[in-house]
Design a protein around this ligand. Structure first.
Ligand SMILES: NC(=O)c1ccc[n+]([C@@H]2O[C@H](COP(=O)([O-])OP(=O)(O)OC[C@H]3O[C@@H](n4cnc5c(N)ncnc54)[C@H](OP(=O)(O)O)[C@@H]3O)[C@@H](O)[C@H]2O)c1
Length: 331
């Protein structure tokens, strides 16, 4: 697996990461041996494929995803120094939370410090390589966050810091106060959610369609390019999305067209549609890191074939236009 150096750090990570949200069970049951054994298999499969970057958040499976990962690390302690371990904090499930209920955002300094301490305990690790704020908040107090980051860094509990789901302006605000470099922005990105790439490209898309470029159509919040300018690694969460694998008849025509193009490229490259969809992200010159979250070992192996797919710019553009058509339908 090819790797990337993350700017402003001594970290080198595989260019596909493994997202651990599915390692724990999303219920109130205690961790059991079967869950630990299944997680052990999935983590070993990811490691065998050359994945060295593992993504967590304190709230995944109500903390059980980190806990099960910690159990695996306990039995294979040598793994810890071979991987880059990142987690997030700031999203909080209110008591009795069920899917569909509101999720709170808590970015108070004391919450950030205690959330990291909880993650480290569950992960059986004395430090995180990267801590990300999981969401922005209208009540963000950047001075408080800067102090929390400072304390966590000084205590050796977090090596580097980043954000997730932040806009360019929100990152700029944090950077005004946070002393450490912000090295990552993890965002929702893929062929089913290409908005950050489409942003500001309306002119290019009109040209590609042979249409007259629309006047002043671009929104250009510019988050994607801002991250590039700042040398922040862009990580893509849910890069595939379950809709890609929905039954064809239940799919929108634009989604069917996209899936047909993926299938044709998969045949050409002797891989799968999922691998092509991931290779589409890898082909982008920004060095995007897709975070794959499959809980099926065969899918993990197949998806990692993306690392070996050589894309042509023309094919990339065709998929980009198909993704933009799909995005336009859903807005
Ligand atoms: N920062 C954030 O706000 C945020 C939000 C959400 C997620 N995340 C991170 O992103 C990670 C990945 O999320 P995800 O699981 O939604 O990503 P994903 O890799 O896009 O997977 C989405 C779905 O696609 C299926 N799939 C994957 N490969 C497949 C294949 N080859 N064939 C058929 N189905 C396939 C998976 O099912 P199978 O398990 O059956 O393969 C899964 O249900 C999470 O674990 C988490 O670390 C971050």
């Amino acid at each position: 697996m090819k790797s990337y150096h993350i700017a402003h750090t001594d970290l080198v990570v595989s260019r596909i990461a493994y997202g651990c949200a599915g390692l724990g069970t999303w219920d109130n049951a205690a961790l059991d041996a079967n869950t630990v054994a299944a997680a052990d298999r999935l983590i070993k499969t990811a490691l065998d494929q050359g994945i060295t970057l593992f993504d967590h958040a304190d709230l995944y499976a109500f903390g059980k995803s980190e806990a099960v990962f910690g159990e695996v690390l306990k039995t294979s302690p040598a793994v810890r120094e071979k991987i880059v371990l990142q987690s997030k904090c700031g999203q909080v499930f209110p008591k009795g939370w069920r899917p569909g209920d509101p999720i709170k955002v808590d970015l108070r300094g004391e919450h950030i410090v205690s959330a990291v301490e909880g993650s480290l305990k569950r992960l059986c690790s004395s430090y995180l390589d990267i801590l990300m704020l999981h969401a922005p908040s209208p009540l963000i107090r950047p001075q408080e966050i800067a102090q929390a980051f400072e304390d966590l860094h000084r205590m050796g509990k977090v090596r580097y810091f980043g954000v997730s789901n932040y806009s360019a302006a929100q990152i700029k605000l944090l950077k005004k106060f946070v002393r450490q470099p912000l090295i990552v922005n993890q965002v929702h990105l893929g062929l089913l959610c290409a908005d950050l790439l489409i942003d500001g490209m309306e002119f290019a898309l009109a040209l590609a369609k042979g249409a007259a470029p629309a006047r002043e159509e671009h929104t250009a919040a510019g988050t994607f390019d801002y991250c590039r300018v700042q040398d922040m690694q862009i990580q893509a969460w849910s890069p595939l999305g379950a809709d890609l694998f929905a039954v064809p008849t239940s799919r929108a025509p634009e989604l069917n067209a996209l899936v047909q193009s993926l299938t044709a490229l998969a045949q050409l490259t002797n891989t799968t549609s999922a691998a092509v969809a991931l290779a589409w992200l890898l082909h982008h010159p920004a060095g995007i890191v897709p975070i794959i979250g499959s809980t099926n070992s065969e899918h993990i192996v197949g998806n990692c074939a993306a690392d070996r797919i050589m894309f042509r710019d023309e094919d990339w553009n065709d998929l980009f236009i198909a993704a933009a058509d799909l995005s336009r339908r859903s807005t």
